[in-house]
Design a protein around this ligand. Structure first.
Ligand code: MN
Length: 264
């Protein structure tokens, strides 16, 4: 559902699924349909948290990234993917956290942090774009995306230049591929995680790389990019206590746990 609060505390007995970096736009349309339908099936009985960059609102083709253009692209995405996506964004069990690629949603959904309190432990879920200056909310707010205008412009130029040779037609796809290879450094992420060590568990996305580390008394988990490896997190309530499952798969539904952490 769309929420204007920047931060909410969530108290639920339902299982919680966390996905990040879906980048739903007009690249990989077939895959996006599958992703939306997969998540849609979970939403009625569980809580679903979409942890940032759910939508690809940057416009690479003409580098217009004004707030109006962002919202216009969002409307186009909703129209393109139809009822499933409209149901998903308005459903009361679905929380959409802002990332840098869908920062343009802030006028209709400004949620930046979800905090889950369970078993006297606190878990923070946030996208993680504040780890670098260029993608931080502060910079985005100040420049209204000047940096992105440049990146998008460059990306579209490179795409056009190379497309006859490599058949890269869409700059949106190209940018995502580049980003997967040159994402934020471990130092940047670590610096960001260290700001939140008052939480027992810190769940970020943004880097597109699955990660799991113990830092002091806190556990840091990165959900990775669902579109790449089908990495996601399930926080379950079990009789034995709260558990965090880290799941991965290359086939829909038949996902398996790559790790299980005790939340208690
Ligand atoms: Mn991001």
């Amino acid at each position: 559902m769309l929420i204007m609060d920047e931060k909410i505390k969530l108290d639920t007995d339902k299982d919680i699924y966390v996905f990040s970096d879906l980048h739903i736009g007009f690249a990989n349309k077939e895959l996006n349909y599958e992703i939306i339908s997969f998540i849609n099936d979970l939403k009625d009985d569980n809580i679903v948290i979409l942890n940032g960059d759910t939508f690809e609102l940057w416009k690479y083709e003409d580098f217009t990234v004004t707030p109006e253009e962002n919202l216009k692209k969002f409307e186009e995405i909703l129209e393109y993917y139809g009822n499933d996506i409209k149901e998903l964004i308005h459903h009361e069990n679905v929380y959409i956290i802002l990332g840098n690629h869908d920062y343009g949603l802030r006028f209709i959904n400004n949620l930046r942090e979800v905090i889950i309190e369970k078993y006297h432990k606190q878990c923070l879920i946030t996208h993680g774009n504040n780890c670098s200056k260029e993608t931080s909310f502060k910079t985005l707010e100040k420049s209204e995306g000047l940096f992105y205008k440049f990146v998008a412009w460059l990306s579209s130029k490179i795409s056009k230049m190379f497309s006859p040779f490599y058949k890269v037609k869409k700059s949106e796809e190209l940018f995502n591929t580049l980003y997967d290879k040159f994402s934020d450094s471990d130092d940047d992420i670590l610096r960001e995680v260290k700001k939140h060590l008052n939480y027992d568990v810190i769940i970020l996305g943004h880097t597109h790389q699955y990660d799991h580390k113990q830092i002091g008394k806190s556990t840091y988990i990165n959900t990775g990019k669902f579109e790449l490896n089908k990495d996601f997190i399930k926080i379950s309530n079990e009789i034995s206590g709260g558990k965090i499952h880290l799941a991965r798969d290359n086939k829909w539904i038949k996902w398996y746990w790559i790790n299980t952490l005790k939340l208690l």
